[in-house]
Design a protein around this ligand. Structure first.
Ligand SMILES: Nc1ncnc2c1ncn2[C@@H]1O[C@H](COP(=O)(O)OP(=O)(O)OP(=O)(O)O)[C@@H](O)[C@H]1O
Ligand SMILES: [Mg+2]
Length: 368
């Protein structure tokens, strides 16, 4: 009987319709081991999503697809390993050696829900099993400690003659805030170099250990401070948060252009306060208009990650310091945010794969 090859298996796997594997990029580099003995096949596949996104159903889907195409096989064992891909970048590796990916959460306009989205995406990725950190870089109004219910200040200690800060932790994520550097009552007028100095310090002097994703809650807008920051942080990609109405979209466009200018890929657009679902009737009201975020994504050829409805439960989560994805995981709002976080993980992976030379992927395809 002719040997089954890696590429034949790959062809079968490519046909699978599952959000975790349907992107052809996912599988190109993903078969780590193929062991064929008589009629027994053992397959190790790595999938670049957080571990809990991989479930029994997915394993069965893979095994069944193989069984169908290769009926001669009697035993099929599929092992799936979650291996989140890393952005390979010299600057990042020098300053954040244990961090795989860095993502800016930005908006052209203030008050669109950027911090709410950043906090909930961070907690959502962590709920799926990723190691996540969050840097509150919003010099105008650091709000992440409040949204994560964190009241204490970070501990500082010496290591090898260097001052190291310990990040604070809640809901499975690590966090540091620019708010810790300033007094609540004494407003600071930040300038670009000061803001970038503080954020540099957060990258190099905080004990982040190993992280899959480090998110940055950016100051709103596209001025000098924002531009300095996006040039300072070695970014894998950016998420742009907008609301559906035109005034917000105009500014979101500017934010997209800013990232283009500094060659940072936009991982996607999130439309926040998309619509309101009436709790009594379930009727949908488009308070700020309809579909603006998705239209913007199409127009500028960037992925649309999803739309989050407007709902008091989301605001209350922020005010009381318990993000909704943690507090009320079974609501449709949390499910929507979990979906957006998975779309983001997928896009970050695609950014990383596109950065890998195509030749390398092809060569890796058919060894053994
Ligand atoms: N989807 C939503 N539904 C209801 N309230 C929301 C939603 N998103 C955000 N909010 C609320 O809107 C307010 C502004 O949100 P948030 O602070 O996250 O915005 P921001 O863009 O970070 O603002 P800033 O530009 O000031 O940093 C907060 O009170 C928040 O709880
Ligand atoms: Mg904010």
């Amino acid at each position: 009987m002719p040997e089954i090859t890696k590429s034949e298996i790959l062809n079968t796997l490519k046909k699978i319709d599952d959000p975790n594997v349907d992107k052809k990029h996912f599988l190109l580099n993903s078969i780590k081991k193929l062991d064929l003995r008589e009629n027994d096949l053992s397959l190790d596949i790595s999938i670049p999503v957080p571990q809990t996104a991989i479930n029994e159903e997915l394993k069965n889907k893979l095994a069944n697809a193989i069984k169908e195409d290769f009926p001669q096989l009697q035993n099929i064992k599929v092992n799936i390993l979650a291996k989140i891909t890393s952005h390979s970048d010299k600057r990042k590796d020098a300053i954040l050696p244990g961090v795989k990916n860095t993502i800016a959460v930005a908006s052209g306009k203030g008050g669109v829900g950027k911090s709410t989205v950043a906090v909930n995406l961070a907690v959502a990725l962590a709920k799926d099993g990723a190691n996540v950190g969050l840097i509150d870089a919003d010099v105008y109004g650091p709000s992440i400690p409040l949204m994560l219910g964190i009241k204490e200040r970070p501990k500082v200690y010496q290591r090898d003659g260097k001052v190291v800060m310990h990040p604070l932790e809640n809901y499975g994520i690590k966090m540091i805030s620019i708010g810790f550097l300033v007094d609540d009552d004494a407003p600071v007028i930040w300038r670009g170099p000061m803001a970038s100095g503080a954020v540099k310090q957060f990258m190099s002097d905080v004990d982040w250990s190993e992280l899959d994703y480090l998110l940055f809650d950016m100051p709103p807008g596209t001025g000098d401070i924002q531009l300095t920051l996006v040039q300072t942080i070695p970014l894998t990609g950016a998420v742009i948060v907008t609301t559906p109405q035109e005034v917000s979209l105009i500014d979101a466009r500017k934010a997209l252009k800013m990232f283009n200018r500094v060659n940072v890929p936009v991982a996607g657009v999130v439309e926040n306060m998309s619509y309101f679902l009436a709790p009594d009737t379930g009727k949908k009201y488009d308070i700020f208009g309809f579909g603006g975020g998705e239209k913007l994504s199409k127009e500028l050829h960037v992925p649309f990650l999803g739309g989050i409805p407007i709902n008091p439960k989301i605001r209350i989560g922020g005010d009381k310091g318990i993000p909704i994805v943690f507090d009320l995981p079974d609501t449709e709002y949390s499910e929507i945010i979990m979906d957006i976080s998975r779309n983001l993980a997928e896009q970050v992976n695609l950014i990383n794969l596109n950065a890998v030379s195509k030749v390398e992927i092809l060569l890796d395809n058919d060894e053994d």
